[in-house]
Design a protein around this ligand. Structure first.
Ligand SMILES: [Zn+2]
Length: 253
């Protein structure tokens, strides 16, 4: 609708001073001023209703793969897509407070997707200084902990990760280290041999990236202890804090 414009204020009161702890640098200020971070919330809550669209194959350089997937869910129904949207917004808030320019690959603005190739392209086109794709895993009960996924050296078709392998490892190591510190969670007990790091060549979002990028699997939604953490808003805030500190350290290295 088109409400009429409000009447002009008679007299403008001076803005109140910022509350302690609420200080946010003006645009262009803060340690991350001028830095661009793209956050990719894994999956999309609407993917469950658009299986035909997300099952279409896209080129990821090494081969063709589904456009996107539904993602996993906890046994009581909390979906990975809900989780990734929440953590992504928390992370954006933290990074903006440090002055970064932050873009999400999607946010309630499309019924499904984007496809994995488009997710990579969004980071590339933004000229991102760092990209993080946020996920939670769906593994067997008893498998616990987080891991960060780094791009392998891939040179095939439209994929060439030559330039991003080294900086992405640096980014990923910083995210992993800060994630442990901020959440108190241990690295994965089922991937990465206790390092919290894994290297993969089968993810389009990494293969097609031309800017430093990592994935993080924050925990296992199918494990009762991990899902208790993943469904806790307090824990998700700590998770976002760990990611923000890792990204910030990488961008100010
Ligand atoms: Zn996922």
């Amino acid at each position: 609708d088109h409400p009429p414009p409000p009447p002009p204020p008679a007299r403008r009161a001076p803005p109140p001073p910022p509350a302690p702890g609420d200080a946010r640098p003006a645009p262009g200020e803060g340690p991350l001023a001028g830095k661009v971070v793209v956050i990719d919330p894994g999956h999309n809550p609407g993917n469950f209703k658009h299986t035909a669209e997300i099952n279409k194959l896209v080129d990821i350089g090494t081969n063709r793969k589904e456009c996107d997937t539904t993602g996993t869910a906890g046994n009581a129904g909390y979906t990975e897509a809900e989780f990734t949207a929440d953590v992504s917004q928390r992370l954006r808030t933290l990074l903006r407070k440090e002055g970064a320019t932050v873009k999400l690959t999607h946010e309630n603005d499309r019924p499904w997707g984007p496809c994995v190739d488009e997710r990579a392209e969004i980071g590339n086109k933004a000229g991102a200084d760092a990209v993080i794709s946020i996920h939670a895993d769906g593994s067997g009960a008893g498998n616990r902990g987080f891991h960060v996924i780094l791009p392998a050296l891939v040179k095939s078709g439209g994929a060439d990760t030559t330039k991003i392998v080294t900086p992405s490892r640096d980014l990923g190591e910083r995210v992993a280290g800060n994630f442990v510190r901020a959440t108190g969670s241990a690295p994965s007990n089922y991937v990465g041999g206790g390092t919290g790091l894994d290297v993969r060549d089968d993810l389009g979002g990494l293969n097609l990236s031309t800017v430093p990028k990592v994935f993080i699997e924050c925990g296992n939604m199918r494990d009762s202890k991990d899902i208790a953490l993943l469904t806790s808003a307090d824990w998700r805030q700590k998770a976002a804090r760990g990611m923000a500190d890792g990204i910030s350290g990488f961008l100010t290295r």
